[in-house]
Design a protein around this ligand. Structure first.
Ligand code: ATP
Length: 247
């Protein structure tokens, strides 16, 4: 069988030298897949994504065991900017738009690592507007004055500007009305199908995540307690009882 695009091998993460948060997490993302990491608040979803994109250091966290491979090479020690250049792009929880910049300026900040001049960037911008027509309408609005759903679109759009191969999407449903959540996931699905970009999506809302993912992992207290095809997980009695309806 084919080698996975991303392999997380039994990683342990410790914050502040003593707080053990991930207790041996393993997962895989196949090329072209949408994979979901599910679990309650505090289970370790964000920590898992930040371990992959090497964003733990600023929170005084570190991977103390295990390793992470991307495209067959060990990326555990690669800097966040190297990872961006290699197409691993994280969309942080809470959107993090620059509120005093316009929608378009926010999108352009995603292109800072790109080579190829303005023409290449404009082409990418048109692609973002193709998938998010709403952002085109709002291109001159300040990001601080658009809705939460539109800000989430900006956050994903900015990731697209960096020519991603794997997008790590943290809790896209957070704080959004159900219809908007559905809209965001529909776009994720289209992007996946039409551009081939892979997704690792952390979600508390298992119902929506399993509807759109191909495969899922359930985290509990820093460990993977179950994994499987999304449709199998969605019909599993334990998953139904403990996770569906959360979020
Ligand atoms: P959420 O839905 O809240 O993002 P999560 O599943 O993503 O939850 P994490 O944010 O990864 O969970 O947190 C997992 C555990 O690690 C929690 O107990 C949390 O309190 C702890 N934790 C997170 N960040 C830090 C930090 N910087 N220092 C110490 N402990 C932390």
């Amino acid at each position: 069988s084919k080698e996975p695009l991303l392999t997380v091998n039994n990683i342990e993460v410790i914050y502040d030298h003593v707080i053990l948060v991930l207790k041996g997490v393993s997962l895989e993302v196949q090329e072209g897949a949408i994979v979901s990491v599910l679990g309650a608040n505090g289970a370790g979803k964000t920590t898992t994504l930040k371990a992959i994109s090497n964003l733990l250091r600023s929170e005084r966290g570190e991977v103390t065991k295990g390793n992470i491979e991307y495209n067959g090479t060990d990326i555990t020690e690669k800097s966040p900017s190297e990872l961006v250049t290699e197409g691993v792009i994280q969309v942080m929880e809470g959107r993090h738009c620059f509120e005093h910049l316009t929608v378009e300026e926010n999108l352009l900040t995603g292109a800072y690592t790109r080579k190829g001049g303005r023409a290449a960037i404009n082409k990418e911008l048109e692609k973002v507007y193709h998938y998010f027509p709403r952002l085109k309408e709002r291109r001159t609005s300040l990001a601080g004055y658009i809705s939460g759903g539109e800000q989430q679109m900006v956050a994903v759009g900015r990731a697209l500007m960096a020519e991603p191969n794997l997008i790590l999407l943290d809790e896209p449903s957070m704080g959004l009305a159900p219809q908007l959540v559905e809209e965001i996931f529909e776009i994720v699905k289209r992007l996946n199908e039409e551009t081939g970009v892979s997704f690792l999506v952390a979600e508390q809302n298992a119902t929506i995540a399993l509807k759109y993912a191909h495969y899922g992992y359930i985290l509990e207290n820093g460990r993977v307690v179950m994994d499987g095809n999304a449709s199998d997980l969605a019909s599993n009695e334990d998953v139904k009882e403990f996770y569906l309806g959360l979020g």
